[in-house]
Design a protein around this ligand. Sequence first.
Ligand code: FAQ
Length: 315
Amino acid sequence: MLEQDLEKIFQNKIDNEIKIEPKDWMPDAYRKTNIRQISQHAHSEVVGMLPEGNWISRAPSLKRKAILIAKVQDEGGHGLYLYSSAETLGIGRDEMINDLHIGKAKYSSIFNYPSLSWADMGAIGWLVDGAAILNQVMLCRTSYGPYARAMVRICKEESFHQRQGFESLLVLSRGTDEQKAMCQDAINRWWWPSLMMFGPKDSESTNSDQSMKWKIKRKTNDELRQQFIDMIAEQIKVLGMTLPDDKLKWNEKTNHYDFGEINWDEFWNVVKGNGPCNKQRLVAKNKAHDEGEWVRAAAKVYAAKKLNRQKEKAA
Ligand code: FAQ
């Protein structure tokens, strides 16, 4: 079949909401865009374990520790589903992970900020998972089948993460003056970086137009960011806290909240590797990978032994 016929069949599927599956013909650029986005997403989940992992040993109670361990484990699991989904496009896991380790691959800017107090665990759950889930609910309808299906499972866990973060902040917001101040401080520090998670403004977003045409993305960066602001500006009232933006104001005409200017210099600085924790995160990730070498080696030997035993039994 001619390439233009294949392209027609492909576009027809997209237009008719039929998922693209691994063995289907797809344009090279569609494959590459999915590999780029899914692997960046997988890396974000895995590096995202670090800021919260930092507080497991300092959780204020056994209950909070158990919740935090489970959440961090969930993030690792999300990374694994996503690596598997990217692998169906023909890239190896080792290559993706190596690109992360050498600083070539991107991951979400948000995980390059430090987690300074216990209240940050609540703020990450509420704001960071909250931002992630809006984007991920959209991705449940993305056009590439394995990515969309991974997202359905991830979203179920992520919505629980967000609620536990809010509940944790709610407890602090009703606590002592010191706890209230800790809660407000965490919100102040995580608010603007959370808005940056949605990516650059639509006018600066190099990939959006094509990704929207291919239905990889269903909403633009600015649309999702506005949706997030409208949601959080209401939820913060329940906490009795404030968002650190004096321009935040309900606009009767647009039916949305107006908000202040995001510091895009800070965003690009973090994306380029110069944020507060970029170097620390890569060192920690490489160290964990090196120290886990014996586990991977043992798993391989065990798998080979198991296979041999099965062959002996069958013989
Ligand atoms: N950080 O043209 P666009 C989570 C890059 S998961 C770093 O608009 P696109 C769970 C972008 O890659 C959070 N880089 O790009 C959790 C591109 O560079 P490239 C992660 C960013 O792809 C919670 C360039 O800027 N979620 O948090 C960022 O169309 C708690 C131009 O941008 C996902 O990855 C950024 N924030 O739209 C875990 C969702 N934004 O590749 C632990 C899937 C943009 O051309 C604890 N990804 N860039 O060199 C997406 O939906 C999209 O990739 C966007 C960006 C919306 C992130």
